[in-house]
Design a protein around this ligand. Sequence first.
Ligand SMILES: [Zn+2]
Ligand SMILES: [Zn+2]
Length: 216
Amino acid sequence: MGNRIGPCTFPNCADHHGAPYLTSLGMCEPCQARFARTLGWLVMDWVGIHTALPMPARRGRQERRTAQKVFGHPAEWASDTAAEIGAVLNETHDSLAEYLGETPPPHPGITERLRVRAAWNYLECRIDKLALTDFGGDAATEMRDLHNQVRSRLGLTRPRQLLPTPCPVCELRTLFRSIDIGRDYIECGGCGHVIGEEHYPFYTRMVLDTILDSAA
Ligand SMILES: [Zn+2]
Ligand SMILES: [Zn+2]
């Protein structure tokens, strides 16, 4: 955990000469903010895929035909991608907890949603620590690539995702997340309320809690 000065390890960090910024933090501060945003977007990608996945078929009931298409795309892609996101988050959580000598995360026998929430709660407030490790840069690359893959798979200029929690202002379930290139925002389709980027981490936690509570 040295404080040696070296090039920022975040993918594609570049100063005006095109070289990564030099920093003693592992990653320069703007890149740490980028990392936090990428983590948040990826968790929300997981939420979008997860909430759109068909429920396991009930006993004695025929599967609905609509189960073929999820999030606008084949169910197989969706469940594979959700699992991949869950694995990256869980592995990063595991590596960082080991590096810091802290309690390891729930392991793969536990449901994906528990692992995703545990990873979010653990990593979101430890980006500065993750930045100092020698695996932080790789984790950031993997998360960014997965997020870009999800976004391009959605195939629209600005895909929208209906969120499972009510609007904090009008209390209707009409909150949409818009996924723009390099930018996300959440807006209520009912009253027009916009959730600012500064409230995004809090809101992400609320969405994950909602998913867990509704599964109980
Ligand atoms: Zn940087
Ligand atoms: Zn509203």
